[in-house]
Design a protein around this ligand. Structure first.
Ligand code: BTN
Length: 328
């Protein structure tokens, strides 16, 4: 009901919305309206009430709810079912549970804080409250499981385009990191549930360090991680950033699903790659291998050349990548 009241206050042409109108449209009593207004104030909404005139929304809090982002969303299906959590263990964990229970294609989970945010290869994802974007998309593409790696590349390209729209230049470190000023600002964790020939569901988890300050990271992590705010010198509007990410992702994703076209996304990943043309280290089960990154295949895998000139294709699930001798 709180959401309905906010939509009503936001989507009105009039300066004030009368108690009578709210009560009629939402089927609640005046006393109930008061109760909800009080709750909304506690959530950070500034709503002024004038006798005889009604209610006016003065300002909204920085929350990643559907009501707060929907006016900026242009998607047809992604995020139209948006599940909002103040605190969660991991949006990917809950997304997988919901997907197992039949959650709709395009369902998006967003949390303000994660208590067990996860990265690839069992790493932790720092997720302080109201400072980042922690989101997971539930997708049910009718594609072969082998092609799922493309969706991580589509996500990386969408993140790149999104940061660009906010004036931040980034590069993409295959398979799942977005780098700004040599440090990570965004990570993608794609998890797949499939049969031999078909995907049951895919969960694409995205973590973005938006307005984190350097003391939000431990000393160790701050060597390899940064935030958009640190890079940009000022806070970024998380609501606009999230909506832009969903819009960009859906465009590239639908091009893949409807037209089998991933050329735009892959072109972005290649031309803004942090590793193509560079000497890298591949870490496989704790062992380091020198290689040069050469290309990304149409399926979203990495082509490398080893020092003995052997050319090989590397799949994302099996390795982690370091650029030169860096930690990143
Ligand atoms: C990585 O860099 O290894 C991937 C990081 C992915 C983090 C996001 S935050 C939202 C979603 N929920 C998680 O627990 N992880 C992903």
């Amino acid at each position: 009901m709180k959401n309905k009241i906010i939509s009503l206050l936001k989507n009105t042409e009039e300066e004030f919305v009368s108690g009578e109108k709210i009560s009629e449209q939402l089927g609640i009593t005046r006393a109930a309206i008061w109760k909800y207004m009080k709750m909304l104030k506690e959530d950070g909404y500034l709503i002024e009430a004038y006798t005889k005139k009604g209610y006016k929304l003065i300002s909204s809090p920085d929350l990643l709810t559907y009501e707060e982002i929907s006016n900026k969303l242009t998607t047809s299906f992604l995020g139209r079912n948006l599940l909002y959590y103040k605190t969660i263990d991991s949006t990917n964990n809950t997304a997988k549970n919901l997907a197992n229970e039949g959650a709709l294609d395009g369902t998006v989970l967003v949390a303000e804080k994660q208590t067990s945010g996860r990265g690839r290869l069992g790493r932790q994802w720092v997720s302080p409250e109201y400072k980042g974007i922690y989101t997971s998309f539930i997708l049910r593409p009718k594609i072969e499981p082998m092609k799922a790696a493309k969706i991580t590349q589509i996500t990386a390209a969408a993140a790149y385009l999104t940061f660009k729209e906010f004036g931040i230049d980034s590069s993409i470190k295959w398979p799942n990191d977005i780098i700004v000023n040599g440090k990570k600002v965004c990570g993608i964790l794609t998890e797949l549930n499939c049969e031999l020939n078909e995907i049951n569901y895919l969960v694409v988890g995205i973590g973005i360090n938006v307005n984190l300050d350097s003391d939000d990271f431990t000393e160790e992590i701050s060597k390899i991680a940064t935030s958009l705010k640190i890079a940009n010198g000022k806070e970024i509007n998380r609501k606009a950033l999230l909506a832009t990410l969903l819009n960009n992702f859906e465009k590239l994703y639908l091009d893949f699903i409807e037209n089998e076209n991933t050329s735009t996304a892959l072109e972005i990943c290649k031309s803004h790659s942090a590793i193509i043309g560079k000497d890298i280290k591949l870490i496989r089960k704790g062992e380091y291998f020198d290689a040069k990154a050469i290309d990304i295949t149409d399926d979203g895998n990495l082509v490398v050349e080893y020092p003995n000139k052997e050319i090989a294709t590397v799949f994302s699930g099996e390795v982690s990548v370091r650029i030169g001798d860096n930690y990143i």
